[in-house]
Every structure is written in structure tokens, then in C-alpha cells.
Design a protein around this ligand. Structure first.
Ligand code: ADP
Length: 567
């Protein structure tokens, strides 16, 4: 936006030049008109100054319009790019920060917009032109200049002091506000649980603390701001008194005219006004700088692959993991530990194991949501890290453990899985997920609104819509994480038949503990603490799992790529 800002700077130059009109008018009226009773001069001066004021109004208006285009462009460009950037960040990065943090990142765009397109930007543009006022005072009222220099230095000192103090308190305030907002967001999201279990008693002290901390920081910041603003106000009064006193002595000594002193007083307002405002606005600049830094960090951090390297046809759906290990952070233990397995295209494969043994993590690794710490994940023999997120999402359907739907119609929610999906595709997916009959039974059918996060539906209905959403683009691989958690037995049986039918030409991999679903599986992979404990055809493994309780340690054969695979 450099060009726009240069335009703005040019406008500001005119505004500041025209600002000279009034002091010059005053000087002339006092020194020429009054003493010489020059009414015709007064007439000329008045007409001139009125024209100047009109011109000043016109330029200010166009400067305001330019600033509005800045605001629009920041909103449109930066806002859109931030959305694209945030949604393309790797999942691990997104999960590493709280939701409060991500919300505040979007608020940073507002802060940048308001600073660049509002009074703070105009103030910065005005600052260099204060030199004009200084030069003019120097010319017309030299004796008062030392006063101005002293005051000017004092202002600079205060602005500098306030900047360092305000930086620290503003950051504290922001962090406190973020903690409070985070708590509110959690409370609201979990309102049903909070209400049902009476958690408000436990949460109240947390809220009181967060709110108190927030108020404390805000009032500390407020008192610091007020303090500096008041010092600025006092300095401006001192300026008038100092100028008038020194000026009066100069007038008595006949070194200065009355008009020049009055004009110098007016000009000093123009010279020191921006500095005074600077003291008050400093906090805005430091928040602006922090916001720009935070946005910069986001924009420079690594994204998932966005562009396709080359056009690839839809894969068959063969998945291989080659010595895949993964840990959530440098110093954490491996959650997935040296997994080596091949899963042929087609068929229904189950991942089983105790809570926390790494099944969900493994499912996320399979679809490239996490990058393995070591090892590779192959789809049809090709390393998935070469594919863009969009391609992978198109080829690999995913039904997460916790169903997340969005406000909108049933149709919209299913079609989110493949933007631009036809009605036919949506109905086909809904039928396959066993939810079509339920949907057409609703008063508005596919157009029914499901409420915020699908609240108007039951858990089982939400889950089936999530399954339909995963199916809609006809992916080659279908990953389901505990898909029957909310389903009744009959629905489970229906889902098993649906998945069996899909397994003819899709690779279906599911995490499940449901005996009904396990019965439909061709192969089973049992995990224990991130390692494969057992793997092979379900008919061999299932009796051992059911009978033996906890999976036994890995057998040599299970570690080979093939047991659940090619065979
Ligand atoms: P499962 O699906 O088998 O119950 P998960 O794959 O969800 O297990 O989790 C395996 C382990 O990884 C657990 O010990 C859990 O605490 C840890 N874990 C899961 N997600 C994260 C995360 N986002 N950050 C850090 N640790 C995680």
C-alpha cells in the first residue's frame, strides 16, 4: 500500500501548509489591521482565510477517503490471506496454541486496520511537518524559541518513557484478556456439562480470578495512560505560560510584536500537539507492532503443501507405513513407535487397542495430518508428504472421534466434504451412511437447519451425517475413528453392512471396540503403547483378542509389512 500512503503523506503536507493560514491571518490582523485601522486589508485577509479553510476541508475529506480504502484493503487482503494461511497451517501447529490465541490473531487484523487507517497513521504523517511550524516560529518570534526547544525535549522524553512502560503493561493486559476469553469459551462450549454437573461452583473462582486479573491489568494500564496524558496536558499549559512570559519580556524589550507572539502561541499548538498526542497514542503503536509481529510469525511459518506438484489420478487406496514413529513434541515419548505395516486396497480393517495407545494418532498420520517423526506413510506406493492437503482430503475420507458439524442445513453439512457436490452425490452419500430416510422425514428434508454445531440433532444423527460427509467425494480410503460410539445396535449393524459394501472398492480403516463392527472386518491390527501387538486376518486374531484380553506382545511375523496386508 506504499502508493496509498504516499498519497496520504502528500495530502497531509497540504493540510499542514494550509494550517498556517489562521496564525498568519491573526499575525497580520494584530500587527497591520488593528494599528492602521486597515479595513480593506482585513476584508482581503478574511476572504483569503475563508478560502483556505474551505480548501483545508476538501483535502481532509479526500485524505479520509484514502484512509478508508486502506481500511478496506487491509480487511479484504490481509483478512483473506490470514484465513488461507491459518487454514493451511499444519494440524500440530494449530493444536499447539489455544483457541483464544487463534481468535486473537484474527482480532490483530482489526488492530492493524484501525491503526493504519485511523488517527494514529495521520499523526505519524503529521509529525515530519511540525518542522515547518518550528521554522516559522523561528522566523517570526525568535526570542521564544528556547522555551519551545526545552518543552519539545520534555515531550520527547515523556513519549519515550511512556513507550517502554506502555509496552509491558499492554502485553500483560492482552495476556490476561486472552485467559479470561479462553475460560468463557470453554464454559460456553461445555454449558450442558457445566449445568448438568453443577460445575459452575468449581468454575466460579477460576472466572473470578481471571476477571479480577483482567480488571487489574486494565486499570493499571488505564492509570499509566492517564498519568502520561495528564503530564502531556500540564506540559501544554506550561508551554502557553512560558511562551507568554518570555514573549512579554521580548515585547517590552521591543524584540517582538504582539501579533507575532499570538501567532507563535497558535503555531506552538501545531508544533507540540502531535507530540502530545504521541504520548497518548504510544500504546496503539506498541500494540500495532506486536500485532504485526504476531501476524508476521503466522505468515512466515510453514504451511501444509498447498499446490499440486502434478495431476494424479484417484489412488486405489493401498496404504503402507514404513517404520513410522511419532511424538507430539521433542521431549515427549513416542506415541507411535516404529510401526511397519501394509494395508491392501479395499477391505475393512480395524485398529484396536486400549485408550491412549495411539490409534487416533496413527489414523491422523495415515492421512498426512501429522508428519511422522521418522519413517514414511505411503498411499499407493507414493509418500503422502508430496500431496497437498486438498488432494489428501479428497482421497481420504475421515470421520473423527468427536463429530463436528457446522451451523447450516443438512445438505450444506454433507456437501462440505466435497465443495460443489451435486444433489445426487449428497443423497448417495446420505443413503450409504444410512441417514437418508431420517433426513427426508424432517419437515424441511435436506434443507433442515441443524443449529449451531448440529445441536438440534441427536448424537447418533450427527455421527451419521459426519459419515455421509466423509463419503460424499467418493474417497478411495475411508478412516473412521470410533464411528459407532453414538449408534444403537441396529444402526451399528446397518453401518457394518454399509462399510462392508463400501469395502468392495474402498479401503475402510476403522478404530473400534464394537463387536458388531469387528465382526465385519477382514483384518485386525492391535496396538499396544504405540507398537503393533498383533496383526492379521480378523478370523485368527479376533478369538485371541476376545479370549486373551490384553493383546500379547508383538510376534515377529506381525512386524512384517504383510500380515494385515497383501495376504
Ligand atoms: P487412542 O486413540 O488410542 O486413545 P491417542 O492417539 O488419542 O490414543 O493418544 C495417544 C497418546 O498421545 C495419549 O497418551 C495422549 O495423551 C497423547 N496425545 C494425543 N493427542 C495429543 C496432542 N494433541 N498433544 C499431545 N499429546 C497428545
Amino acid at each position: 500500500m506504499r502508493k496509498t500512503f504516499i498519497e496520504m503523506l502528500t495530502m497531509s503536507a497540504f493540510v499542514n501548509l494550509v494550517a498556517l493560514a489562521v496564525p498568519v491571518f491573526t499575525l497580520q490582523v494584530y500587527d497591520r489591521v488593528i494599528f492602521n485601522a486597515g479595513l480593506s486589508t482585513l476584508q482581503g485577509l478574511a476572504i483569503g482565510v475563508v478560502l483556505a479553510v474551505l480548501f483545508d476541508y476538501a483535502i481532509r475529506q479526500s485524505r479520509a477517503r484514502i484512509m478508508q480504502t486502506v481500511a478496506l484493503r487491509v480487511d479484504a487482503d490481509v483478512g483473506k490471506r490470514l484465513f488461507d494461511k491459518v487454514t493451511s497451517l499444519p494440524l500440530l501447529h494449530l493444536e499447539s496454541q489455544t483457541s483464544g490465541y487463534w481468535q486473537s490473531i484474527f482480532r490483530d487484523v482489526d488492530l492493524v486496520r484501525n491503526t493504519l487507517s485511523g488517527a494514529p497513521a495521520i499523526l505519524i504523517a503529521d509529525l515530519p511537518f511540525t518542522i515547518i511550524f518550528f521554522v516559522i516560529i523561528l522566523t517570526i518570534a525568535t526570542p521564544v524559541v528556547p522555551v519551545l526547544i526545552v518543552i519539545w525535549a520534555l515531550y520527547l522524553f515523556i513519549a519515550w518513557r511512556s513507550s517502554s512502560v506502555m509496552n509491558a503493561v499492554s502485553q500483560d493486559e492482552r495476556a490476561a484478556a486472552q485467559r479470561r476469553d479462553q475460560l468463557i469459551a470453554e464454559l460456553i462450549n461445555g454449558r450442558t456439562t457445566v449445568k448438568a454437573l453443577g460445575l459452575e461452583r468449581a468454575m466460579r473462582p477460576l472466572w473470578v480470578n481471571a476477571a479480577a486479573e483482567n480488571i487489574e491489568r486494565a486499570s493499571l494500564r488505564g492509570s499509566k495512560t492517564d498519568n502520561y496524558a495528564n503530564i502531556g496536558g500540564s506540559l501544554s499549559m506550561i508551554t502557553t505560560v512560558g511562551l507568554t512570559t518570555v514573549g512579554a519580556i521580548a515585547i517590552i524589550n521591543q524584540e517582538l510584536t504582539m501579533g507575532a507572539l499570538i501567532a507563535a502561541n497558535m503555531l506552538s499548538g501545531r508544533l507540540l500537539g502531535p507530540l502530545n498526542q504521541l504520548v497518548g497514542t504510544w500504546r496503539v503503536y506498541s500494540s500495532f507492532r506486536d500485532a504485526v509481529n504476531r501476524l508476521g510469525d503466522i505468515f512466515t511459518s510453514e504451511s501444509d503443501r498447498i499446490d499440486k506438484e502434478m495431476e494424479m489420478k484417484r489412488p486405489d487406496g493401498e496404504i503402507a507405513l514404513q517404520d513410522v514413529s511419532f511424538r507430539y513434541s521433542e521431549d515427549a515419548p513416542n506415541v507411535v513407535d516404529g510401526i511397519r505395516i501394509g494395508i491392501r486396497a479395499g477391505g475393512m480393517h480395524a485398529l484396536v487397542g486400549r485408550n491412549g495407545c495411539g490409534k487416533t494418532t496413527l489414523i491422523k498420520l495415515m492421512q498426512g495430518l501429522y508428519k511422522p517423526t521418522s519413517g514414511r506413510v505411503l498411499l499407493d506406493g507414493a509418500d503422502v508428504s508430496q500431496f497437498s492437503r486438498r488432494e489428501l482430503a479428497e482421497w481420504i475420507g475421515y470421520v473423527p472421534q468427536e463429530t463436528v458439524l457446522f451451523a447450516g442445513s443438512v445438505r450444506d453439512n454433507i456437501a462440505y466434504g466435497a465443495p460443489g457436490a451435486s444433489d445426487e452425490q449428497v443423497i448417495e452419500a446420505a443413503t450409504a451412511a444410512g441417514v437418508h430416510k431420517f433426513i427426508i422425514d424432517l419437515p424441511d428434508g435436506y434443507a433442515s437447519e441443524i443449529g449451531e454445531a448440529g445441536r438440534l440433532l441427536s448424537g447418533g444423527q450427527r455421527q451419521r451425517i459426519a459419515i455421509a460427509r466423509a463419503l460424499v467425494g467418493n474417497p478411495s480410503v475411508l478412516l473412521l475413528d470410533e464411528p459407532s460410539g453414538n449408534l444403537d445396535r441396529q444402526a451399528e449393524e446397518e453401518l457394518r453392512e454399509t462399510l462392508r459394501a463400501l469395502a468392495k472398492d474402498h479401503t475402510v480403516i476403522l478404530v473400534t471396540h464394537s463387536p458388531v463392527l469387528l465382526q465385519g472386518c477382514d483384518n485386525l491390527i492391535a496396538l499396544d503403547k504405540g507398537k503393533i501387538a498383533l496383526a492379521g486376518p480378523a478370523k485368527d486374531i479376533l478369538p485371541r483378542l476376545m479370549g486373551g484380553g490384553r493383546p500379547r506382545p508383538a510376534q515377529p511375523a506381525a512386524a512384517e509389512p504383510s500380515p494385515a496386508g497383501k495376504g
